[in-house]
Design a protein around this ligand. Structure first.
Ligand SMILES: Nc1ncnc2c1ncn2[C@@H]1O[C@H](COP(=O)(O)OP(=O)(O)OP(=O)(O)O)[C@@H](O)[C@H]1O
Length: 355
Protein backbone atom coordinates (compact mmCIF):
# COMPACT_ATOMS: atom_id res chain seq x y z
CA UNK A 1 0.00 0.00 0.00
CA UNK A 2 1.07 3.60 -0.42
CA UNK A 3 0.79 6.42 2.06
CA UNK A 4 0.47 10.11 1.40
CA UNK A 5 0.40 12.94 3.92
CA UNK A 6 -0.53 16.43 2.81
CA UNK A 7 -0.25 19.65 4.79
CA UNK A 8 -0.61 17.91 8.14
CA UNK A 9 -0.56 20.17 11.22
CA UNK A 10 -1.32 19.47 14.86
CA UNK A 11 -1.21 21.88 17.76
CA UNK A 12 -1.46 21.02 21.45
CA UNK A 13 -2.18 23.72 24.05
CA UNK A 14 1.27 25.22 24.01
CA UNK A 15 3.14 23.15 21.45
CA UNK A 16 2.95 23.09 17.67
CA UNK A 17 3.68 19.37 17.38
CA UNK A 18 3.41 19.12 13.57
CA UNK A 19 3.82 21.86 10.97
CA UNK A 20 2.67 21.36 7.42
CA UNK A 21 3.95 17.80 7.03
CA UNK A 22 4.05 16.35 3.53
CA UNK A 23 5.28 12.81 2.96
CA UNK A 24 4.84 10.18 0.31
CA UNK A 25 5.74 6.58 1.14
CA UNK A 26 5.70 3.89 -1.53
CA UNK A 27 4.29 0.41 -1.02
CA UNK A 28 6.93 -1.93 0.45
CA UNK A 29 9.11 0.83 1.84
CA UNK A 30 10.68 0.75 5.27
CA UNK A 31 10.77 4.33 6.51
CA UNK A 32 12.37 5.69 9.68
CA UNK A 33 11.17 8.84 11.42
CA UNK A 34 14.27 10.20 13.10
CA UNK A 35 14.50 13.29 15.25
CA UNK A 36 15.24 14.65 18.70
CA UNK A 37 12.82 14.40 21.59
CA UNK A 38 9.71 16.51 21.04
CA UNK A 39 10.14 16.83 17.26
CA UNK A 40 6.70 15.31 16.58
CA UNK A 41 7.49 11.69 15.69
CA UNK A 42 4.99 10.03 18.00
CA UNK A 43 2.27 12.55 17.18
CA UNK A 44 2.69 11.76 13.50
CA UNK A 45 2.45 8.02 14.12
CA UNK A 46 -0.64 8.41 16.32
CA UNK A 47 -2.39 10.42 13.63
CA UNK A 48 -1.60 7.74 11.05
CA UNK A 49 -2.98 5.06 13.35
CA UNK A 50 -6.18 7.05 13.88
CA UNK A 51 -5.50 7.54 17.60
CA UNK A 52 -5.22 11.32 17.19
CA UNK A 53 -6.44 13.80 14.58
CA UNK A 54 -4.76 16.62 12.67
CA UNK A 55 -6.00 20.22 12.86
CA UNK A 56 -5.32 20.49 9.16
CA UNK A 57 -4.24 18.26 6.33
CA UNK A 58 -4.92 14.80 5.01
CA UNK A 59 -3.79 11.22 5.47
CA UNK A 60 -4.35 9.06 2.39
CA UNK A 61 -3.79 5.33 2.21
CA UNK A 62 -3.85 3.91 -1.30
CA UNK A 63 -5.42 7.19 -2.34
CA UNK A 64 -8.28 6.99 0.18
CA UNK A 65 -8.75 9.85 2.65
CA UNK A 66 -8.65 8.44 6.20
CA UNK A 67 -10.45 11.37 7.90
CA UNK A 68 -13.67 9.42 8.40
CA UNK A 69 -12.10 5.98 8.84
CA UNK A 70 -11.87 4.91 12.51
CA UNK A 71 -8.66 3.32 13.81
CA UNK A 72 -9.99 -0.24 13.86
CA UNK A 73 -10.95 -0.09 10.18
CA UNK A 74 -7.64 1.26 8.91
CA UNK A 75 -5.89 -2.12 8.91
CA UNK A 76 -2.85 -0.61 10.53
CA UNK A 77 -0.75 -2.59 12.98
CA UNK A 78 1.19 -0.75 15.65
CA UNK A 79 3.76 -1.52 18.27
CA UNK A 80 4.70 0.99 20.92
CA UNK A 81 7.77 1.29 23.07
CA UNK A 82 6.31 -0.14 26.25
CA UNK A 83 4.81 -3.17 24.54
CA UNK A 84 1.50 -2.73 26.40
CA UNK A 85 0.66 -6.41 26.29
CA UNK A 86 -2.44 -7.39 28.26
CA UNK A 87 -0.93 -8.61 31.51
CA UNK A 88 -3.66 -11.05 32.43
CA UNK A 89 -3.68 -12.74 29.01
CA UNK A 90 -1.31 -15.45 27.80
CA UNK A 91 0.96 -14.85 24.84
CA UNK A 92 -1.51 -16.77 22.67
CA UNK A 93 -4.48 -14.69 23.82
CA UNK A 94 -2.59 -11.46 23.35
CA UNK A 95 -1.89 -12.30 19.73
CA UNK A 96 -5.43 -13.54 19.10
CA UNK A 97 -6.96 -10.41 20.62
CA UNK A 98 -7.12 -8.28 17.47
CA UNK A 99 -8.97 -11.02 15.61
CA UNK A 100 -11.38 -11.89 18.42
CA UNK A 101 -12.63 -8.33 18.84
CA UNK A 102 -13.57 -7.99 15.22
CA UNK A 103 -17.26 -7.53 14.38
CA UNK A 104 -18.89 -10.95 14.02
CA UNK A 105 -19.18 -10.66 10.23
CA UNK A 106 -15.42 -10.33 9.65
CA UNK A 107 -14.25 -12.48 12.60
CA UNK A 108 -12.53 -15.69 11.51
CA UNK A 109 -13.76 -18.94 13.09
CA UNK A 110 -11.89 -19.91 16.30
CA UNK A 111 -9.96 -22.74 14.59
CA UNK A 112 -8.65 -20.36 12.00
CA UNK A 113 -7.71 -17.80 14.66
CA UNK A 114 -5.73 -20.49 16.49
CA UNK A 115 -3.96 -21.59 13.31
CA UNK A 116 -3.07 -18.03 12.40
CA UNK A 117 -1.76 -17.22 15.90
CA UNK A 118 0.42 -20.35 15.93
CA UNK A 119 1.83 -19.57 12.49
CA UNK A 120 2.77 -16.10 13.68
CA UNK A 121 4.32 -17.31 16.92
CA UNK A 122 6.39 -19.73 14.93
CA UNK A 123 7.52 -17.04 12.56
CA UNK A 124 8.50 -14.91 15.57
CA UNK A 125 10.42 -17.90 16.97
CA UNK A 126 8.43 -17.88 20.20
CA UNK A 127 6.03 -20.79 19.61
CA UNK A 128 7.02 -22.47 22.86
CA UNK A 129 5.89 -19.44 24.89
CA UNK A 130 2.22 -19.45 23.94
CA UNK A 131 0.90 -20.37 27.40
CA UNK A 132 3.07 -17.92 29.33
CA UNK A 133 1.98 -14.59 30.73
CA UNK A 134 3.86 -11.43 29.68
CA UNK A 135 5.62 -11.21 33.04
CA UNK A 136 7.05 -14.70 32.49
CA UNK A 137 9.01 -13.81 29.33
CA UNK A 138 11.95 -11.52 28.54
CA UNK A 139 11.78 -7.98 27.17
CA UNK A 140 12.89 -9.08 23.71
CA UNK A 141 10.31 -11.88 23.70
CA UNK A 142 7.58 -9.45 24.77
CA UNK A 143 8.51 -7.23 21.87
CA UNK A 144 8.10 -10.17 19.51
CA UNK A 145 4.68 -10.90 21.00
CA UNK A 146 3.69 -7.26 20.50
CA UNK A 147 4.77 -7.52 16.90
CA UNK A 148 2.90 -10.79 16.40
CA UNK A 149 -0.21 -9.14 17.81
CA UNK A 150 0.17 -6.21 15.41
CA UNK A 151 0.64 -8.58 12.46
CA UNK A 152 -2.27 -10.86 13.35
CA UNK A 153 -4.78 -8.51 11.76
CA UNK A 154 -2.77 -8.65 8.49
CA UNK A 155 -2.13 -4.93 8.44
CA UNK A 156 -1.43 -3.07 5.24
CA UNK A 157 0.74 -0.64 7.17
CA UNK A 158 2.92 -1.38 10.21
CA UNK A 159 3.79 1.45 12.64
CA UNK A 160 6.50 0.99 15.22
CA UNK A 161 7.21 3.61 17.89
CA UNK A 162 10.69 3.06 19.35
CA UNK A 163 9.99 -0.66 19.23
CA UNK A 164 13.33 -1.55 20.76
CA UNK A 165 13.68 1.45 23.05
CA UNK A 166 13.44 -0.49 26.29
CA UNK A 167 15.87 -3.23 25.30
CA UNK A 168 19.60 -3.50 25.80
CA UNK A 169 21.96 -2.87 22.89
CA UNK A 170 22.72 -6.51 22.05
CA UNK A 171 19.10 -7.70 21.93
CA UNK A 172 18.23 -4.57 20.05
CA UNK A 173 20.74 -5.24 17.29
CA UNK A 174 19.53 -8.81 16.83
CA UNK A 175 15.88 -7.77 16.65
CA UNK A 176 16.64 -5.00 14.18
CA UNK A 177 17.91 -7.37 11.52
CA UNK A 178 15.20 -9.82 12.18
CA UNK A 179 12.56 -7.07 11.79
CA UNK A 180 14.06 -5.92 8.52
CA UNK A 181 13.95 -9.49 7.16
CA UNK A 182 10.36 -9.89 8.32
CA UNK A 183 9.35 -6.65 6.64
CA UNK A 184 10.69 -7.91 3.31
CA UNK A 185 9.32 -11.43 3.71
CA UNK A 186 5.77 -10.25 4.49
CA UNK A 187 5.81 -7.49 1.89
CA UNK A 188 4.93 -4.87 4.50
CA UNK A 189 5.02 -1.11 4.32
CA UNK A 190 6.49 0.06 7.62
CA UNK A 191 7.18 3.31 9.45
CA UNK A 192 9.24 3.28 12.57
CA UNK A 193 10.12 6.00 15.02
CA UNK A 194 13.57 6.17 16.52
CA UNK A 195 15.96 8.69 17.91
CA UNK A 196 18.87 6.32 17.33
CA UNK A 197 20.52 7.38 14.10
CA UNK A 198 22.44 4.12 13.65
CA UNK A 199 19.19 2.21 13.83
CA UNK A 200 17.56 4.48 11.25
CA UNK A 201 20.53 4.48 8.88
CA UNK A 202 20.98 0.72 9.07
CA UNK A 203 17.38 -0.35 8.68
CA UNK A 204 15.47 2.14 6.59
CA UNK A 205 15.07 2.50 2.84
CA UNK A 206 14.40 6.18 3.46
CA UNK A 207 14.70 8.35 6.54
CA UNK A 208 12.48 11.32 7.38
CA UNK A 209 14.49 13.62 9.63
CA UNK A 210 12.20 15.67 11.88
CA UNK A 211 12.96 18.92 13.64
CA UNK A 212 10.42 20.96 15.60
CA UNK A 213 7.36 19.49 13.90
CA UNK A 214 8.74 19.61 10.37
CA UNK A 215 10.25 17.01 8.08
CA UNK A 216 13.48 18.75 7.13
CA UNK A 217 14.77 15.97 4.87
CA UNK A 218 13.27 12.77 3.46
CA UNK A 219 15.91 10.78 1.68
CA UNK A 220 17.96 7.59 1.52
CA UNK A 221 20.44 7.08 4.38
CA UNK A 222 23.37 7.60 1.98
CA UNK A 223 22.06 10.93 0.72
CA UNK A 224 21.24 12.14 4.21
CA UNK A 225 24.84 11.45 5.19
CA UNK A 226 26.42 12.87 2.03
CA UNK A 227 24.04 15.71 1.30
CA UNK A 228 22.38 16.88 4.50
CA UNK A 229 19.70 19.45 3.66
CA UNK A 230 20.70 21.93 6.35
CA UNK A 231 22.91 22.49 9.36
CA UNK A 232 20.50 20.71 11.67
CA UNK A 233 20.69 17.45 9.68
CA UNK A 234 24.46 17.79 9.23
CA UNK A 235 24.92 18.17 12.98
CA UNK A 236 22.42 15.50 13.97
CA UNK A 237 23.71 12.71 11.71
CA UNK A 238 27.12 11.18 11.26
CA UNK A 239 29.11 12.36 14.27
CA UNK A 240 30.05 15.74 12.92
CA UNK A 241 31.49 18.54 14.99
CA UNK A 242 30.06 22.02 14.43
CA UNK A 243 32.20 25.11 13.96
CA UNK A 244 31.28 28.74 13.54
CA UNK A 245 32.75 30.17 10.37
CA UNK A 246 32.62 32.77 7.65
CA UNK A 247 32.32 31.97 3.97
CA UNK A 248 34.11 34.39 1.63
CA UNK A 249 34.31 34.28 -2.16
CA UNK A 250 37.54 32.27 -1.78
CA UNK A 251 37.40 30.14 1.35
CA UNK A 252 35.86 29.14 4.67
CA UNK A 253 37.44 30.81 7.68
CA UNK A 254 37.07 29.07 11.05
CA UNK A 255 36.19 31.70 13.62
CA UNK A 256 38.18 31.93 16.85
CA UNK A 257 40.31 28.81 16.15
CA UNK A 258 43.84 28.38 14.79
CA UNK A 259 42.67 26.25 11.86
CA UNK A 260 43.78 26.95 8.31
CA UNK A 261 41.04 28.36 6.05
CA UNK A 262 39.57 25.82 3.61
CA UNK A 263 39.44 26.78 -0.07
CA UNK A 264 35.91 26.70 -1.49
CA UNK A 265 36.87 23.87 -3.84
CA UNK A 266 37.31 21.54 -0.83
CA UNK A 267 33.95 22.37 0.75
CA UNK A 268 30.79 20.31 0.50
CA UNK A 269 27.15 21.33 0.59
CA UNK A 270 24.93 23.69 -1.36
CA UNK A 271 26.44 26.82 0.16
CA UNK A 272 29.86 25.76 -1.14
CA UNK A 273 28.52 25.39 -4.67
CA UNK A 274 26.58 28.68 -4.63
CA UNK A 275 27.87 32.23 -4.69
CA UNK A 276 26.65 33.07 -1.16
CA UNK A 277 28.93 34.61 1.43
CA UNK A 278 28.69 35.50 5.10
CA UNK A 279 28.36 33.91 8.55
CA UNK A 280 28.22 30.14 8.22
CA UNK A 281 28.23 26.95 10.22
CA UNK A 282 30.63 24.21 9.20
CA UNK A 283 30.52 20.50 10.08
CA UNK A 284 33.54 18.21 10.00
CA UNK A 285 33.32 14.47 10.71
CA UNK A 286 35.90 12.66 12.79
CA UNK A 287 37.46 10.95 9.75
CA UNK A 288 37.76 14.21 7.82
CA UNK A 289 40.91 15.46 9.56
CA UNK A 290 44.59 15.08 8.79
CA UNK A 291 47.14 15.12 11.59
CA UNK A 292 50.79 15.75 10.66
CA UNK A 293 53.21 15.07 13.56
CA UNK A 294 55.56 17.94 14.44
CA UNK A 295 55.10 21.52 15.58
CA UNK A 296 51.62 22.84 14.79
CA UNK A 297 48.26 24.03 16.02
CA UNK A 298 47.18 20.96 18.04
CA UNK A 299 48.12 18.86 21.07
CA UNK A 300 46.90 15.28 21.39
CA UNK A 301 44.96 15.06 24.65
CA UNK A 302 43.71 11.48 24.60
CA UNK A 303 43.47 8.52 22.28
CA UNK A 304 41.34 5.39 22.24
CA UNK A 305 41.76 2.43 19.86
CA UNK A 306 38.61 1.65 17.85
CA UNK A 307 38.47 -0.90 15.06
CA UNK A 308 41.90 -0.43 13.48
CA UNK A 309 41.80 3.36 13.89
CA UNK A 310 42.36 5.63 16.86
CA UNK A 311 39.71 8.05 18.15
CA UNK A 312 41.71 11.06 19.24
CA UNK A 313 40.85 14.24 21.06
CA UNK A 314 43.00 17.27 20.22
CA UNK A 315 43.22 20.61 21.95
CA UNK A 316 43.19 23.28 19.24
CA UNK A 317 43.25 26.77 20.75
CA UNK A 318 40.23 26.91 23.09
CA UNK A 319 38.45 23.96 21.41
CA UNK A 320 38.57 20.19 21.72
CA UNK A 321 38.38 18.46 18.37
CA UNK A 322 37.61 14.78 17.87
CA UNK A 323 39.42 13.16 14.99
CA UNK A 324 40.32 9.67 13.79
CA UNK A 325 44.02 9.03 13.27
CA UNK A 326 46.02 5.95 12.26
CA UNK A 327 47.44 3.83 15.11
CA UNK A 328 50.94 4.75 16.26
CA UNK A 329 50.92 8.23 14.73
CA UNK A 330 51.06 10.25 17.97
CA UNK A 331 51.31 9.85 21.72
CA UNK A 332 49.26 11.95 24.16
CA UNK A 333 51.03 15.24 24.87
CA UNK A 334 52.67 15.43 21.42
CA UNK A 335 51.97 18.27 19.01
CA UNK A 336 50.88 18.13 15.40
CA UNK A 337 49.37 20.21 12.64
CA UNK A 338 45.66 19.37 12.43
CA UNK A 339 43.89 20.29 9.22
CA UNK A 340 40.33 19.67 8.07
CA UNK A 341 40.19 17.89 4.71
CA UNK A 342 36.70 19.17 3.99
CA UNK A 343 33.64 20.65 5.71
CA UNK A 344 29.93 20.73 5.00
CA UNK A 345 29.03 24.36 5.08
CA UNK A 346 25.69 26.11 5.53
CA UNK A 347 25.11 29.83 5.47
CA UNK A 348 23.57 31.08 8.68
CA UNK A 349 20.35 32.15 6.95
CA UNK A 350 19.57 28.61 5.71
CA UNK A 351 15.94 27.90 6.65
CA UNK A 352 15.58 25.96 9.93
CA UNK A 353 19.29 26.31 10.73
CA UNK A 354 20.14 25.49 14.32
CA UNK A 355 20.22 28.23 16.91
N1 LIG B 1 -1.18 14.98 24.44
C1 LIG B 1 -0.38 16.04 24.41
N2 LIG B 1 -0.69 17.19 25.05
C2 LIG B 1 0.10 18.28 25.00
N3 LIG B 1 1.26 18.32 24.30
C3 LIG B 1 1.64 17.21 23.65
C4 LIG B 1 0.85 16.02 23.66
N4 LIG B 1 1.49 15.08 22.91
C5 LIG B 1 2.61 15.67 22.46
N5 LIG B 1 2.71 16.94 22.88
C6 LIG B 1 3.79 17.89 22.55
O1 LIG B 1 3.96 17.88 21.15
C7 LIG B 1 5.36 17.91 20.80
C8 LIG B 1 5.72 16.69 19.97
O2 LIG B 1 5.63 15.52 20.81
P1 LIG B 1 5.92 14.05 20.28
O3 LIG B 1 5.61 13.12 21.38
O4 LIG B 1 5.21 13.84 18.99
O5 LIG B 1 7.49 14.11 20.02
P2 LIG B 1 8.51 12.92 19.74
O6 LIG B 1 9.37 13.39 18.62
O7 LIG B 1 7.79 11.64 19.57
O8 LIG B 1 9.35 12.92 21.09
P3 LIG B 1 10.06 11.69 21.90
O9 LIG B 1 11.24 11.27 21.05
O10 LIG B 1 10.49 12.35 23.17
O11 LIG B 1 9.05 10.63 22.08
C9 LIG B 1 6.09 18.03 22.11
O12 LIG B 1 6.35 19.39 22.35
C10 LIG B 1 5.12 17.47 23.13
O13 LIG B 1 5.33 18.03 24.40
Amino acid sequence: MSLELRGLSRRFDNAQALRDIALQVDGGEFVALLGPSGSGKTTLLRILAGLDFPDQGEVRIDGQDMAQVPARHRRIGFVFQHYALFRHMTVFENVAFGLRVRPRASRPPEAEIAARVRRLLERMQIAELERRLPEQISGGQRQRVALARALAIEPRLLLLDEPFGALDAEVRKGLRHWLRALHVELGLTSLFVTHDQDEAMELADRVAVMQAGRIVQFDTPARILDQPANGFVAGFIGQAQRFAGRLTSQELIFEGLPLAPLPRALLLGEAAAGAGQGPAEAFVRTHEWQATPGPGNAVLRSARAAGGRVQAVFAVGPALIEAEIPPGLLEPGETCQLDPLTARVFLADTPFATG
